[in-house]
Write a new protein. Structure first.
Length: 217
């Protein structure tokens, strides 16, 4: 079984929309749980009215002005946590919000065959990258959440399932063995649409979603 390797900082230190689109199909690894990223959303600079940085540099948004490749975790509505990855050059505040994931492993036991998914997309015979075949586990019961085969479509859902809260804010995703993003060779088709859950900047087509999440089931 191949070892997951964190993406380099250079991956995140680029145009936010480019990072957001290329994160689709990448793997989020968090303390033994592995999930394919299926939905992202961009928030870019002080001129983006929906970006937290539009209010200027504060204690809360300080991480957004720092180096790329760090986590930005915050609480909304007093109950839901949101996970973001800082992007762009240092000094320019921007981040990608992780809106959806499909969990493929828990405690390092894999539940789907990504090689099969990849072959469905490319029509090519592929080699299993990180999956141990026939190592199935039971579906997890998540109280108060509606999740189909652990497809967590919502930033609050994924943070609740993974156990991510503000104690994981400002984590370095590059030099970290328990919390990082990796590339396993999946190039999933996606589409762009307007951002949701905001009242300003609603015209931006900066939300990116896997075209057919069912290909992961």
């Amino acid at each position: 079984m191949n070892k997951l390797i964190p993406l380099p900082r250079e991956f995140f230190a680029r145009d936010t929309n480019l990072v957001s689109t290329e994160l689709i199909g990448k793997v989020l690894y968090f303390q033994g749980t592995t999930a394919i990223i299926t939905e992202t959303e961009s928030y870019i600079g002080e001129d983006d009215p929906a970006c937290h940085a539009a209010r200027g540099r504060t204690k809360r948004t300080d991480v957004m002005f720092g180096p790329a490749g760090f986590s930005y975790v915050y609480l909304i509505y007093g109950m839901y946590y949101c996970l973001n990855f800082v992007t762009e050059d240092e000094g320019f505040p921007a981040a990608t919000l992780i809106r959806g994931v499909y969990v493929i492993s828990h405690n390092n036991v894999y539940t789907i065959d990504t090689a099969k998914i990849k072959s469905q997309i490319t029509d090519e015979k592929t080699q299993s990258i990180i999956i141990r075949k026939n190592r199935r586990i039971m579906k997890f019961y998540i109280p108060n959440l509606k999740a189909s085969n652990l497809y967590l479509n919502g930033p609050g859902k994924l943070c609740k399932y993974l156990g991510i809260n503000t104690s994981y804010n400002k984590c370095d995703l590059i030099n970290n063995k328990d919390f990082f993003v990796s590339d396993i060779g999946l190039n999933l088709p996606y589409y762009s649409t307007t951002r949701i859950g905001i009242t300003k900047g609603t015209d931006k087509l900066w939300r990116y979603i896997v075209t057919d999440p069912k290909m992961l089931y």
